[in-house]
Design a protein. Sequence first.
Length: 90
Amino acid sequence: HIITKPTRLDLAHERGCAVEDIDPHDPEIKAIVIAGNELRQLDEAQQGALLDHDQIVFAQTTPQQKLEIVERLQKRGEIVAVTGDGVNDA
């Protein structure tokens, strides 16, 4: 498993409610999975807040988004790994 900490979905299952009923800013949420199309809809402050999670998986991102994510994390002193199939990463 890539994600080992609680996500919003995990909390919904645990609490017996819909995911939509869990506040996305709940402090018990320690991990997040976000797709590139969702990332595009966030402003700078929201994107920065994503990086406060203990575990983050970015899915289906563009090469430009990958570069921006890596640069932002490196500025914070984080160690970053990036994977991809290579087709869209040129």
